[in-house]
Design a protein around this ligand. Structure first.
Ligand SMILES: NC(=O)c1ccc[n+]([C@@H]2O[C@H](COP(=O)([O-])OP(=O)(O)OC[C@H]3O[C@@H](n4cnc5c(N)ncnc54)[C@H](OP(=O)(O)O)[C@@H]3O)[C@@H](O)[C@H]2O)c1
Length: 337
């Protein structure tokens, strides 16, 4: 068994869910729906009538989650598509399947999946496992489905790309190119100290800063083009999902410490408020950041998700240029908007 979860009750989820409109006629991709915020968002969107494409790596967890979503939503429309974010080849194959299933366009792409504080190792493509899973593969997926989002935006008036960041974006001072290069396995080792510069946590912080920076890049480019596609980003505060269990199992956090920390958090349902708002709320603007506050550790851990502006620490020409250039180089392709 991993750490013992405190079992936090949901406080705000129903208020948001009950305020959302029908999503009938919308096609929504969510990555990472086997548990956590992705599962909650998929379940909610299914109840609201959307067609869901669930991009997960194949596993018994993925099968079980799909079954539960189908049981929870007898009229739901859920399709699993194999997509391992540790592999660009897998992402490309998933994008082909998406394209075949979305001839009329794609309304929402929610780049939710993530891993945290894993050991220092490279993917088959040579990148840091955390950076490729959390950002680079989502960058590729967004590029490969972008024309579908534009199609929906042109015909229906809007489409949305959502990235899932974290308070951990503030654990690092600035985005650094090294973490976006083929340096997997050579990025500082396996130091596991969350608060005192453990390398696992620095790498995680870089990925979550990349998620926010990617949103800033998209928003900047979409605004310049007068596009009807919206770029949004969310963070869940500290949410009781499987993320901490996996991290404990992988040696990134101690059991006792994790249990104490999680007492300050919120339920996985409340953790999904940010992405669910971005996916489904009618009144969101491109370039908004939804979450329970914008402070660092201990000040934005829980509560209803409100909308904030992007932050100057990454929404600046230099950081946007660094992210875009190195992400295009990593996927070995231009991403023209
Ligand atoms: N929970 C928090 O307190 C917290 C705080 C800040 C940010 N976040 C962010 O929230 C997002 C969702 O995480 P969560 O908290 O809901 O954690 P979770 O319960 O562990 O869910 C993570 C999801 O990502 C999937 N995933 C991991 N590696 C993958 C891969 N290689 N290919 C495809 N899918 C993969 C997992 O699927 P498998 O079953 O295949 O592993 C799972 O479905 C992440 O981006 C995370 O960084 C969470």
């Amino acid at each position: 068994m991993s750490y013992e979860k405190p079992g936090l009750a949901s406080k705000h989820f129903d208020d948001l869910f009950n305020s959302l409109p029908s999503l009938e006629g919308k096609t929504i991709i969510i990555t990472g729906t086997t548990s956590g915020t992705g599962f909650v968002a998929a379940n909610a969107c299914g109840k609201l009538g959307a067609k869901l494409l669930l991009l997960n790596r194949p596993s018994a967890r993925a099968d079980a989650a799909l079954k539960t979503l189908q049981e929870n939503n007898s009229n739901g429309d859920f399709t699993h598509i194999d997509c391992d974010l540790q592999s660009f080849a897998s992402v490309k194959k998933a994008a082909e399947e998406v394209r075949a299933m979305c001839p009329n366009g794609l309304d929402v792409l929610c780049n939710n999946a993530g891993v945290m504080a894993l050991e220092d190792y490279a993917t088959e493509d040579g990148f840091d496992v955390q950076m490729q899973t959390n950002h680079l593969s989502h960058f590729l997926l967004t590029k490969l489905t972008f024309d579908l989002l534009e199609k929906a935006a042109d015909t229906k008036g809007e489409a949305r790309v959502i990235n899932h960041s974290s308070i951990a974006r503030k654990q690092v001072k600035e985005l650094e190119a090294d973490y976006l290069l083929k340096n997997g396995g050579n990025l500082g080792g396996n130091g596991a100290s969350m608060f005192f510069g453990g390398a696992r946590w620095i790498r995680y912080g870089q990925t979550k800063l990349a998620n926010a920076t990617f949103t800033a890049c998209l928003h900047d480019k979409l605004t310049a083009k007068n596009s009807k596609v919206k770029a949004l980003v969310a963070h869940p505060g500290l949410a009781e999902t499987e993320l901490q269990s996996t991290t404990v199992d992988e040696g990134g956090m101690g059991k006792w410490m994790t249990k104490q920390l999680m007492k300050m958090g919120q339920s996985r349902e409340d953790g999904a408020l940010g992405i669910l708002t971005c996916i489904a709320h009618p009144n969101v603007q491109s370039g908004q950041f939804f979450g329970p506050g914008m402070g660092g550790m201990f000040t934005a851990l829980k509560g209803p998700a409100a909308g904030y502006p992007l932050e100057a620490s990454y929404d600046n020409p230099q950081t946007r240029d660094l992210l875009w250039r190195h992400s295009c180089a990593a996927i070995d392709a231009d991403f023209d908007i």
